[in-house]
Design a binder for this molecule. Structure first.
Ligand SMILES: [Zn+2]
Length: 247
């Protein structure tokens, strides 16, 4: 059956396709990844040329048979964009976020948490672009949670204790504490790790804690980012650009 379906969605990744077209991936409001073909989208006459920027909130219509992989995009209207002209850092963060969600969202799988998280991040970045790096760290934390890779930091996954400071995150059984795990002081997480994790868990995207405020915040940010990128297979182009520009 051929039909038109319209979604509120967030643009993830536009990829150039033959004859000036674009293949565009979206995250729908239901948290599913959908891919569509916009024919001739890069021609200057195309009325929707600005509608396919990463993380733009759009209303998009697809035409095509059910269960085909790529449907035609017949209409796409931009409602909101977190991009700010000339604000390099926040725009690079937007690219990283779009990249992350493009890899994590799946076709045929709905996870509404993904849409809620990404739209909250977009609004927070637009409101305060200077806090984009905090929003990125916030999103990485919640994506690990959504993927089931982030155990609760209240108790040690090994001994069950909740008093000693956390010293590391192990792939098996999660957080480990100083009471059961002897770790070289230089390799252990700085004190305050549990407190920073609590801030990440309880804050809104707009109040995301500063990932650069303390040694613990810096160490947890690096740890969680490394864990997430490893899960996604290592090299993520948008992160390489971000690191180069901020170095
Ligand atoms: Zn322990």
């Amino acid at each position: 059956m051929t039909m038109i379906r319209t979604h509120d969605a967030i643009v993830l990744r536009p990829t150039p396709f033959q004859e000036g077209g674009l293949i565009v991936s979206f995250l729908t409001e239901q948290g599913e990844r959908l891919v569509g073909l916009a024919k001739g989208a890069k021609k200057p006459t195309a009325k929707w040329v600005s509608a396919f920027e990463p993380m733009g909130l759009v209303r998009v219509s697809f035409f095509g048979k059910e269960h085909v992989e790529v449907r035609r995009i017949t209409r796409c209207e931009l409602q909101h964009t977190p991009l700010i002209l000339g604000h390099l850092e926040s725009n690079l963060v937007v690219a990283c976020l779009a990249d992350l969600f493009d890899r994590i969202a799946k076709e045929g799988v709905e996870d509404e948490r993904l849409f809620r998280l990404l739209s909250a991040c977009g609004r927070a970045i637009k409101t305060n672009p200077d806090r984009a790096m905090a929003v990125l760290a916030y999103a990485e934390h919640w994506l690990l949670h959504c993927l089931g890779l982030l155990p609760h930091p209240r108790t040690c996954g090994y001994c069950g204790g909740d008093a000693a400071p956390l010293v590391m995150l192990a792939d098996e059984r999660g957080w480990r504490c100083a009471a059961c795990t002897p770790v070289d002081l230089a390799e252990a997480l700085p004190t305050g790790a549990r407190e920073y994790l609590r801030l990440l868990r309880t804050a809104s995207a707009e109040e995301a804690p500063d990932p650069d405020a303390t040694d613990a915040a810096r160490a947890i940010t690096e740890l969680l980012r490394g864990r997430l990128l490893r899960e996604l297979g290592g090299r993520v182009g948008s992160y390489e650009v971000l690191h180069r520009m901020l170095a």
